[in-house]
Design a binder for this molecule. Sequence first.
Ligand SMILES: Nc1nc2c(ncn2[C@@H]2O[C@H](COP(=O)(O)OP(=O)(O)OP(=O)(O)O)[C@@H](O)[C@H]2O)c(=O)[nH]1
Length: 344
Amino acid sequence: MTVLNKIPCTIVTGFLGAGKTTLVRHAIAHNDGRRLAIIVNEFGDVGFDGALLAECGVPGCDAGSVVELPNGCICCTVADDFVPALNTLLDRPEPPEHILIETSGLALPKPLVQAFNWPAIRSRVTVDGVVAVVDGPAVAAGAFADDPAALAAQRAADASVEHENPLEEVFEDQLLCADLVVLNKADLLEAGDRARVRAEVEAHLPRAVKVVETAHGALDPRVLLGLGAAAESDLASRPSHHEIEADHDHDDFESVALPVPPAGSADDLAARVGRAAEVAGVLRIKGFCAVRDKPMRLVVQGVGRRVAHHYDRPWRPGEHPDGTLVVIGLAGFDRAAVAAALKG
Ligand SMILES: Nc1nc2c(ncn2[C@@H]2O[C@H](COP(=O)(O)OP(=O)(O)OP(=O)(O)O)[C@@H](O)[C@H]2O)c(=O)[nH]1
């Protein structure tokens, strides 16, 4: 079959907790009837974002339109996971009109863009745009900044060291590939920090790329979708730290899924998560939990040291009201300390 029109795909990248799922959900809720499909990738092997999207109650956002790819980074499992998932969507009797791909917060977007040149898919899809979601307050707090003094000390000890801050490297790779930058969490940015954060983001951009500010990912889908970048044909203008590594890995980071028994109250649980978030190297805590005598499921979201929670839906008949939190951090973070903090 000759495919005349390629189906546009938008790659949503951005560091852990920047607001990718929030942006995708907003786009689905405000999409003008276009048939969308969503591919969601998680770093850990417990799916959370996919469940959150599939059950968010927004029309068009259901299990049928959300494909979850947990267990690793999409950029490393392109052949095994991503291409087959994409082909399955394209082979549907009514294929999607636009596909949103939410990468894990640690994924490097360029290998994914490169995959669109694979013979198996290149005649059927195109990368409409790479959208990098940036956590404004995290940039303001210097989370991704290189520390030249620390780097010099590390290089003195080990000449092969290129970067002392793996967060900076991932953050930069995501910006280097972007066709649009969404500077999110503007509601949490001090007025005085706005220009500084924007300047820092722009300093990482290799070419003229639009930067838009948002709160809660509230971006008009007409801005988000339809960029027409054909990014897979424009790889040369998207440099990457990992250009020369045929097979990069993510061993600067690791994740663990910890069971959490029902808590006495949501606030008690949030306080425990807050203490776990203070353990050195912890970057992200997220999952579903149970509160005793509450029939509702509690969504827990920790980004850096900020913890939020809300009840999203009743526990279903037969569902065991128990919790699991996924904790992602720098390799070697103290899992026992995190588990102890969560236990209370
Ligand atoms: N105050 C504020 N909170 C936000 C905003 N955007 C997202 N959040 C919150 O930040 C947390 C993380 O948001 P997500 O959308 O799950 O972030 P993500 O990038 O998908 O996270 P990962 O997939 O784990 O990398 C949630 O608690 C969101 O409600 C925003 O603009 N302002």
